[in-house]
Design a binder for this molecule. Structure first.
Ligand SMILES: [Zn+2]
Length: 112
């Protein structure tokens, strides 16, 4: 680890040259300008909704959105004994369901 200020190697958490602390060694990269569409999943909302209605008890919508882990739980527990099934259904219908990357499965514009 090297000092951001003077480039010298750190000793412990401090720069022996200028006294800069270790956290200053991490380059503070400017937040990348996030594309507006970047926060939205490329999963189709209608497909997700239909899967959750028809096969939601088997976690099909979760598999579709890449959530394999919870999909298996849904599959084994019948959508966590229908509670998770209903919660997911409502969440998807409201357009708040997120895929494995935390991106929102957005409702099609024609539904707004
Ligand atoms: Zn330094």
């Amino acid at each position: 680890m090297y000092c951001n200020e003077c480039g010298r190697q750190f000793e412990g958490n401090f720069c022996p040259n200028c006294g800069s602390v270790a956290q200053n060694a991490y380059s503070t990269q400017p937040q990348a300008q996030t594309d507006f569409n970047d926060q939205y999943s490329d999963r189709d909302w209608l497909v997700t909704l239909l899967l959750s209605i028809i096969l939601g008890g088997y976690g099909a919508h979760r598999f579709y959105c890449g959530k394999i882990g919870t999909g298996i739980i849904w599959l084994l527990t019948g959508g966590c004994f229908l509670v998770g099934y209903i919660v997911d259904l409502v969440t998807i219908a409201q357009g708040n369901f997120k895929d494995i990357n935390g991106k929102i499965v957005r409702r099609e514009s024609r539904f707004r």
